[in-house]
Design a protein around this ligand. Structure first.
Ligand code: PHE
Length: 343
């Protein structure tokens, strides 16, 4: 039997294992329940004590060698499976171009607006997109039956109390509840309206709200602030026009138009003279504005006898379209790289 043990030891040592399959063959042949070494141990049990004493040690050694080999090869093969083959590096290959992304045009305009206003003392504020009826409508002096509260404009979430904000004016309310005048803030953000998506309308868009509340704030301050803003963003020659309008939360209220240059010495700066943006009038609308309604101040526990304020709200898409001559609102959300690469 000693000869057989030595013979098997040689076989075990010589057995070549280079794959998982061979590893398994090895295990079955020698170590498994019916493997050669296991059977030798069975045989060993029935030997006379004399031989047992002689063969115990070589037999145990054989088993140890086989088991150690199995363990070592198992870890070796596992490691090889997880480390990729080392390919030689070809230094003459051209490099993979590393493309840098660009900042989305809406983000660029958003940041420019915030910067222009921050230079004249407006700080940045933000508010939630999911809002209560109170902050989005009621506190802003919307009458109970105002059409903007109707289902076609507003996405309601829970009953009629929780909704997606339809404008950034909700942040005015939150701000005035939290802080007392002087307040001079700019509030950009995303807003939602239940509109059919087209080149001119979208159910998701962005606005930037401005609010200035202090003693003796007048309509003149509003005009000067927006003149300054328009010249900074669109160029020195740009003019601003206010048309009388109505918002429940401002009195008096106005629509803000900027000149496109059509009737000015500069010539049209926005549509290249094709008049398809201003319809030949030389003016395009960018938002609404007005003096904060006394009821709104009172709703936020600010004394309307002591303080006055102005507010404005402008469409960021609108401004980006004018600045970059973009014709279709849908381009902003389609993620088409051919569009985005241009900025
Ligand atoms: N919230 C108004 C709108 O969405 C815009 C606005 C803001 C008007 C502030 C006046 C003052 O149309």
């Amino acid at each position: 039997m000693l000869d057989r043990i030595n013979e098997i030891l040689k076989q075990v040592e010589a057995f070549s294992i280079t794959s998982k399959e061979e590893l398994e063959q090895f295990r079955l042949k020698y170590i498994a329940k019916k493997g050669i070494i296991t059977l030798l141990f069975e045989e060993f049990k029935s030997l006379p004590p004399e031989e047992k004493r002689q063969l115990g040690q070589p037999l145990n050694q054989l088993k140890e060698v086989a088991v150690n080999k199995l363990k070592a090869k198992t870890t070796e093969l596992e490691a090889a499976a997880t480390t990729p083959l080392q390919k030689p590096i070809d230094l003459t290959l051209p490099v993979v171009p590393h493309e840098l992304g660009t900042i989305h045009p809406l983000t660029q305009v958003w940041e420019q607006i915030v910067e222009i206003f921050s230079r004249i003392g407006f700080n940045l504020e933000e508010g939630p997109e999911i809002e209560t009826d109170w902050n989005n409508f009621t506190a802003l002096n919307f009458p109970e039956n105002h059409p903007a509260r109707e289902m076609q404009d507003t996405f309601f979430i829970e009953g009629k109390e929780i909704l997606l904000r339809t404008h950034t004016s909700n942040v005015q309310i939150r701000l005035m509840n939290r802080r007392k005048p002087p307040i001079r803030s700019i509030m950009p953000g995303r807003v939602y309206r239940n509109e059919t998506i087209s080149a001119r309308a979208h159910c998701i868009f962005h606005q930037v709200e401005g609010l200035y509340v202090d003693r003796n704030v007048s309509f003149l301050d509003l005009k000067q602030t927006l003149y300054h803003f328009a010249k900074e963003l669109f160029g020195k020659e740009t003019r601003v026009r206010f048309r009388p309008s109505y918002f429940p939360f401002t009195e008096p209220s106005a629509e803000i138009d900027i000149s496109c240059g059509l009737n000015q010495p500069t010539g049209c700066q926005l549509c290249g003279g094709s008049k398809n943006i201003c319809k030949g009038t030389g003016w395009v609308e960018i938002g609404g504005a007005g003096m904060v309604h006394p009821n709104v101040l009172a709703n936020c526990h600010i004394d309307p006898e002591t303080y006055t304020g102005f507010a404005f709200g402008m469409g960021i898409e609108r401004i980006a379209m004018l600045k970059y001559h973009i014709r279709d609102l849908r381009l902003f959300t389609e993620n088409d790289v051919r569009f985005l690469r241009q900025f």
